[in-house]
Design a protein around this ligand. Sequence first.
Ligand code: ATP
Ligand code: MG
Length: 331
Amino acid sequence: MARDLAIDLGTANTLVWSRGQGIVLNEPTVVALNTRNGDVLSMGHEAYAMTTTTPSHIVADRPLRSGVITDFETTARLLRLVFGRIGLSRFSRPRALLCVPSALTGVERRAMVQAAEQAGAARAQLLEQPMAAAVGAGLPVHEPIGSMVVDVGGGTTQVAVISLGGVVATKGVRVGGFDLDAAIQAYVRREHAMAIGDRAAEQLKIEIGSAFPRAIEPRAEIRGRDLGTGRPRTELIGAEEVREAITDCVGAIVNAISATLADCHPELTHDVITGGLELTGGGALLHGLDSRIAQESQISVRVTDQPLTSVVTGAGRTVEEADDFRDLFAG
Ligand SMILES: Nc1ncnc2c1ncn2[C@@H]1O[C@H](COP(=O)(O)OP(=O)(O)OP(=O)(O)O)[C@@H](O)[C@H]1O
Ligand SMILES: [Mg+2]
């Protein structure tokens, strides 16, 4: 029997929903790459494990940049590995719904569909990520009411206004969680003369990062390498510092929201101002991001329940209840 799948191939995380089963895969979008011949050997946790036990020409790589895979072969290979990871044999031909950024061009859309078919899908359809997130959040996507979704992912932030089953206004900015991590690394380098790794920066962001002042500002210890002596060093860093490090990135997210609203028909703008916006994606978990957006844009903000899984959950719902959502699929 054909398996129906919904797939969110994110810059940071790949999730798969299988009809009747729910989420069957949730792993980092990392591949183990053979740098000698470009072969993609495994994906997700398995790829990390592989790179620690194999020769040095096998490296871990994140194949997506800013939410889009530019390389057709890698996309197809990654999807084939994903199908394998969820237990599909080489001969089963799933029907796949791929969640894609709204900003993809026609050529990129066709490339995604073809890559899925090359990976073994019998049929591939596309669903825009903000639409999937809106369905996942239970927004009234079919109604003639404007609903705003802000999805802060690893590599991008997508702002979209949805009405009557379609995305009516959208803006994407190439600022996501990875950029916050990079900004924290740059700050620590500049202000503390220390080099820290990406994972340490991400951990610092998750532990004490914030976009809005808190009553009690926590501190955390960071380990890194002193830029002068080259030796390992630890230092205490405060939440205010992390907030300062990421403030420009957060500002870019807020600006994208204002710009999208400015582009909308006044009636839709009115709907969003009265109805509030839905904040989702892993970045929605950043402490105080909701408060900062609410304060600067004067719109109330709801953080989606389970923001890391909202896109695949919404896409999964359109697969489970296909008759109610047929009109949403874009090609
Ligand atoms: N508690 C947290 N606080 C702040 N950021 C977090 C938290 N938890 C996860 N993140 C960040 O969320 C990001 C991943 O989010 P998500 O899985 O939604 O991205 P993605 O869908 O893979 O990327 P994209 O949509 O850009 O392609 C990472 O940068 C991660 O650091
Ligand atoms: Mg995403």
